[in-house]
Write a protein that binds this ligand. Structure first.
Ligand code: XMP
Length: 507
């Protein structure tokens, strides 16, 4: 299978590059910049992409790859830092820019295979403080902006290309076309990679790693953990036990629904643990979102450890962590929110290892994998539900009364979405119980009750999202039903922010 090797210099979009290559049906492999020349030769890629990164090439400790990579006769595409590094290592000059470029900028493109079938001008995401000032021998300019003469460069004879902008992000128009041009027109890859291939590879990998040891899988009934469980089941058979923890913070009827889908599947050895009292006790009086997340992350692990002890020796715990969970939990130091299964994990975990087979995939890719694994469409396309559940949709402290209020309100929202076909349009939709109370009037009586917020978004990868433009009459029906049918709510608002600047969940 034709392979594109992605050499990682620490940029935030690196997995996105891998994903774009996969989207074009070509296999991609991300390796750190320390990869040796021999390792590169062994992989025998049809093309190499050098990623962006936070460093400047002229710093003493700047990450560099082996210079001989440029002499292998393999096409190379350097992106941002990758382009600067290639220029610098091949004898060009890189300087700190007096005018830095951040944001979507108009780029003039010149005809060459990388920009085949693109207009002469294209909006591209630029995000750089350094720039290439002098080209290495044999290179020419193929793109420029008002402030950056060399926004794209190429040595056409050697198939070495560089772009200062980021073709991997959707903010760059036709970015995917540029990546496609590189892998098909320049690297001549055949588009044969499919999600089935990822599946087979992963199953083989998991089989080799786990052998005949026992494995516990944290199953929430959501897409990610269900797909992880199916993979594991195919890899280790009856050595897999799936634990579903009911922490009392699930949506109305959810525990029953999960049990119905998975309880009878002998291959998963499904066990439901009722841990409602334990979680609610630990969360009593806690209102800080990050503290809630940390408590939940820790309690999940403690429940799994306890269940593992009952089964004898269990070496591995499997989680359905996906790439956005990793990014938001701040692997590079910037925490947005500690996803319960990544940043929310306690320091000590009583398992030999936590296995996360989906860690490099995006949500829509996990769904494709789910289909390849034979999961039913209605499960694969379920809207996501976060591990910490309603705990992060009840703003402020959590009580049983608030959980019940939110469950009932959320149920009505979901019912009305289904009736009006909006469940097919929104990728995630839910209610949030705020801790604001306001004055209302019902009949002849004053009320002083909770403000409920409704949230619905459209997104593909959950890294960015747009709020859904719900018809007013549907909003009106939902609002009327909730205030009439759910006690202690007297006011409803609709969240009209996108991500960024908001996130999808409120906490
Ligand atoms: P945000 O709120 O970060 O959410 O825009 C992005 C997606 O991730 C889900 N989410 C979580 N999922 N554990 C999970 O399994 C978590 O701790 C968690 N926090 C957010 C969220 O529902 C949305 O789909």
């Amino acid at each position: 299978m034709d392979t594109i090797l992605i050499i990682d210099f620490g940029g935030q979009y690196n997995q996105l590059i891998a994903r774009r290559v996969r989207e074009n049906n070509v296999y991609s492999l991300v390796k750190p910049y320390t990869i040796t020349l021999d390792e590169v030769k062994k992989i025998n890629p049809k093309g190499i992409i050098l990623t962006g990164g936070p460093n400047s090439v002229y710093q003493n400790d700047a990450p560099k790859c082996d210079k001989e990579i440029f002499n292998l006769g393999i096409p190379v595409l350097g992106i941002c830092y990758g382009m600067q590094l290639m220029s610098y290592m091949l004898g060009g000059e890189v300087l700190n820019a007096s005018v830095k470029e951040f944001g979507e900028i108009l780029v003039d493109l010149e005809a060459n295979p990388l920009f085949e079938n693109l207009e002469k001008q294209n909006i591209c995401l630029m995000s750089h403080s350094d720039y290439v000032n002098k080209l290495p021998e044999g290179f020419k300019k193929i793109a420029s902006t008002k402030n950056c003469l060399y926004a794209g460069i190429a040595n056409l004879d050697k198939n070495l290309y560089g772009v200062q902008f980021h073709p991997e992000v959707t903010l760059t128009n036709n970015g995917n076309k540029i990546i496609d041009n590189f892998i098909t027109l320049i690297c001549k890859c055949s588009k044969t990679w499919k999600m089935d291939y990822f599946m087979e590879q992963k199953i083989k990998e998991l089989k080799n790693k786990i052998g005949n040891k026992k494995v516990l899988c944290a199953l929430s009934g959501g897409v990610d953990s269900s797909v992880a469980a199916m993979l594991l089941s195919k890899a280790v058979g009856s050595n897999l036990t799936c634990i579903f923890v009911d922490h009392g913070l699930l949506r109305k009827n959810e525990a029953l629904e999960v049990e119905e889908v998975f309880g009878n599947r002998g291959d998963l050895n499904f066990i439901k643990v009722d841990a409602k009292n334990l979680f609610l006790e630990k969360l009593k009086g806690v209102s800080d979102p990050e503290t809630k997340r940390k408590i939940i992350g820790e309690e999940f692990i403690r429940v799994f450890e306890k269940e593992a002890k009952k089964l004898g020796t269990v070496d591995y715990l499997v989680q359905g962590t996906i790439y956005p969970d990793v990014i938001e939990s701040g692997t590079k130091g910037k925490v947005i929110k500690s996803h319960h299964n990544v940043g929310g994990l306690p320091d000590h975990v009583d398992f030999k290892e936590i296995i996360e087979p989906l860690r490099d995939l995006f949500k829509d890719e996990v769904r494709l994998l789910g289909l390849s694994l034979g999961l039913k469409e209605n499960l694969v396309y379920r809207q996501p539900f976060p591990g910490p559940g309603l705990a992060i949709r009840i703003i402020g402290d959590i009580t049983e009364e608030k959980i019940k209020i939110l469950q009932d309100a959320d149920y009505i929202l979901r019912e009305e979405f289904r009736k009006n076909g909006l469940d097919k349009v929104a990728n995630q939709y839910f209610a949030v119980l705020t801790n604001i109370k306001s004055v209302g009037v019902m009949g002849d009586f004053r009320t002083y009750d909770y403000l409920l917020a409704l949230r619905a978004v459209e997104t593909t990868d959950f890294m960015t999202a747009k709020f859904l433009k719900i018809p007013y009459d549907v909003l009106e029906t939902i609002s009327k039903r909730i205030v009439n049918e759910v006690p202690f709510i007297n006011r409803i608002v609709y969240d009209i922010t996108s991500k960024p600047p908001a996130t999808i969940e409120w906490e």
